[in-house]
Design a protein around this ligand. Structure first.
Ligand SMILES: [Ca+2]
Length: 296
């Protein structure tokens, strides 16, 4: 019994390490971040892509709150992707999986005040053949005296193909949507590559050649993971999707998510509240009427 448990534990750890370290990755380690930030708005790094690369992941040491990591174009601040992170993991690796374009600069920031870490740093720029970390970014501008928020910035120029589609949603519930491509035999099986979008709409995944089950779920309780019990989840109707080596972009991988019905049983709707108030008022009215009758 003990041997079987150990076997599964080792298999589980192996699976985790296969997911965590993509092949052909380059890493900018950055310094250890030891000081607690307090009260800043966006807080992170300014990064320039030196090649067309995939921004795979970053390590985000933090103070333990839930957060949202945002990647924005530096030129106009437009939001490219946002990734929720759960509370209670103070050394989380955040999967980003966003394609960066050679020569373009990006802001990668954490958005929850008093949750980040930093350390004094001034030896800018820092980088490798794929990306350059130009400076930190905080308070709306580049910062050159400290290193903010992230380290182990991991990129990959491996031969990936973009796989895109649209996620639609009907029903109650809000929150960000995760789209994940699993290389096993169904949704939730095998290793996966994931991207988050803030709500229903278009998504893009960058995937190496393989066969994938592409699936989406909506984080309606907004705890940074899904699907939890009761959260809407669904796969692409024509799964699996084959991504051929050296092929062009794969498009039209659309997924429909169905949430809880808009009318819920537990909370009265406005019409029902109206009836409840009407009955209560009618009851009061008849008491008043009876009292007047007795006095008369
Ligand atoms: Ca959730």
């Amino acid at each position: 019994m003990f041997k079987i448990s150990s076997f599964f534990l080792v298999a589980f750890i192996l699976t985790l390490s296969i997911q965590a370290v993509p092949s052909e990755a380059l890493i900018v380690p950055g310094p250890d971040l030891t000081l607690n930030e307090g009260g800043w708005a966006d807080f992170g790094l300014l990064i320039r892509a030196e090649q067309n690369v995939n921004l795979v992941s970053v390590r985000y040491p933090n103070q333990g709150q839930a957060d949202v990591i945002e990647l924005r174009l530096d030129s106009d601040g437009s939001l490219l992707t946002s990734i929720p992170t759960p509370a209670g993991n103070t050394n989380i690796v955040v999967n980003i999986n966003y394609p960066l374009t050679a020569g373009v600069s990006y802001r990668l920031v954490a958005t929850t005040p008093s949750n980040r870490k930093y350390v004094p740093f001034s030896a800018w720029p820092v980088g490798n053949a794929e990306i350059t970390v130009l400076s930190s970014f905080g308070g709306g501008s580049p910062q050159t005296l400290w290193w903010f928020s992230f380290n182990d910035i991991t990129t990959s120029s491996s031969n990936t193909v973009s796989v895109s589609g649209n996620v639609t949603y009907t029903g109650a519930g809000t929150g960000p949507i995760s789209i994940a491509a699993f290389d096993g035999s169904d949704c939730g099986q095998g290793n996966f590559t994931e991207v988050w979008i803030p709500g229903p709409g278009p998504y893009t995944l960058n995937l190496g050649p393989s066969t994938y089950y592409i699936c989406a779920c909506r984080d309606t309780n907004q705890n940074g993971s899904c699907p939890d019990s009761g959260e809407p989840a669904s796969g692409y109707n024509l799964n699996p999707v084959i991504v051929p080596a050296g092929g062009g972009p794969v498009t039209g991988i659309n997924i429909s998510l169905q949430g809880q019905p808009l009318r819920t049983e537990s909370v009265p709707t406005m019409t029902e509240w109206g009836m409840i108030i009407f009955i209560a008022l009618a009851g009061l009215g008849s008491v008043y009427y009876l009292r007047r009758q007795r006095r008369a």
